[in-house]
Design a protein around this ligand. Structure first.
Ligand code: ZN
Length: 248
C-alpha cells in the first residue's frame, strides 16, 4: 500500500475508569498501550486513531470507518451498550475489505458474533495462570518473528469448546496451566475483509505491554489490511462471449 495504513483502536474504556488496578497497569488505557505496542513495531507508515464507547456513535462515525483500514476491538463489560446501527456499519465495512482484529473478551462483542453467526461462548477462569501460545501454522504472516511459542506468566484462562465456526486459518493454539487448550489465534475471511481473533489480554494483567504480543498484533494489522483491488460487482451480467456461437 502506497499511503499510510490507517488503524483505529476501539476500546470500551470502562475498567480503566472504575478499577484502580486496571488503571495502574494501563494508565493510558488499553487502547493507549496497544498503540504503544504498534508504534514500537513500526516507526512510521501507520496512522493510529482511538475510538471509545462513550464517544458519540462510539467514535465510529461513517467518516471514521470509511477512513479505517484496520479496526482493533477491545470490549468486555458493556457489549450490550454498543448500538446496533454502529455494528451494522462495522459489518458493512468488513465486507467491503476493512480488517478487524478482535481481542480477548471481544469474543462476545456484537460485531464478532454477527460476523461468526455462532454464540462464541467459551469456558473461563481467572486464576492468574500461565498461558503458552503455540504457533501451529509456522508459515503464516501473523507468526512473523515469533518463536515456537509465546509464554504469558499470568493470564485468564479461556478453554474449549470455543463456539466459533471452523477458522479459515488457525495460527495459535493456547495451553493453560490448569489443563485446558484454546484456539487463540483464528483467521476468517468475510466478504472482502479479513478478521483475526486473538485471545490474550485480560484487563488485570500487563499482556499489552508484552513485546511479542505487540509483534503479533502488529503482524495481524499488516495481514488484515485491505488489498488494492476493485470489489466484485454483484449484478445481472451479460455474457463475455456470444453464447453458443462456436457450435457447428
Ligand atoms: Zn478477561
Amino acid at each position: 500500500m502506497d499511503r499510510q495504513l490507517r488503524v483505529t483502536i476501539w476500546n470500551e474504556n470502562r475498567h480503566e475508569q472504575h478499577n484502580p488496578a486496571v488503571a495502574s497497569i494501563y494508565p493510558q488505557g488499553i487502547h493507549g498501550a496497544i498503540a504503544a505496542l504498534l508504534t514500537d513495531q513500526v516507526q512510521d507508515g501507520r496512522f493510529i486513531r482511538f475510538a471509545t464507547l462513550d464517544e458519540p456513535e462510539h467514535g465510529l462515525t461513517v467518516d471514521v470507518l470509511e477512513q479505517t483500514d484496520v479496526l482493533i476491538w477491545w470490549g468486555h463489560a458493556a457489549h450490550g451498550e454498543v448500538e446496533n446501527y454502529v455494528v451494522d456499519r462495522e459489518q458493512q465495512r468488513v465486507l467491503q475489505g476493512m480488517g478487524l482484529i478482535v481481542l480477548h473478551s471481544g469474543h462476545h462483542s456484537k460485531i464478532f458474533r454477527k460476523l461468526m453467526g455462532t454464540t462464541c461462548n467459551l469456558k473461563w477462569r481467572n486464576a492468574g495462570e500461565k498461558e503458552r501460545l503455540w504457533v501451529v501454522t509456522p508459515g503464516h504472516p501473523i507468526a512473523t518473528g515469533v518463536g515456537e511459542f509465546v509464554e504469558l506468566p499470568h493470564e485468564e484462562m479461556y478453554g474449549e469448546h470455543f463456539d466459533i465456526p471452523e477458522p479459515d486459518e488457525l495460527v495459535f493454539l493456547s495451553w493453560f496451566e490448569g489443563g485446558e487448550v484454546f484456539r487463540s489465534g483464528c483467521c476468517y475471511y468475510r466478504g472482502a475483509g479479513k478478521i483475526f481473533y486473538f485471545r490474550p489480554g485480560h484487563e488485570t494483567y500487563p499482556t499489552y505491554h508484552h513485546p511479542e504480543i505487540g509483534q503479533i498484533i502488529s503482524n495481524a494489522v499488516s495481514w488484515a489490511a485491505p488489498i488494492q483491488r476493485e470489489l466484485p460487482q454483484y449484478q445481472h451480467t451479460p455474457p463475455l462471449e456470444p453464447i453458443g456461437a462456436k457450435q457447428p
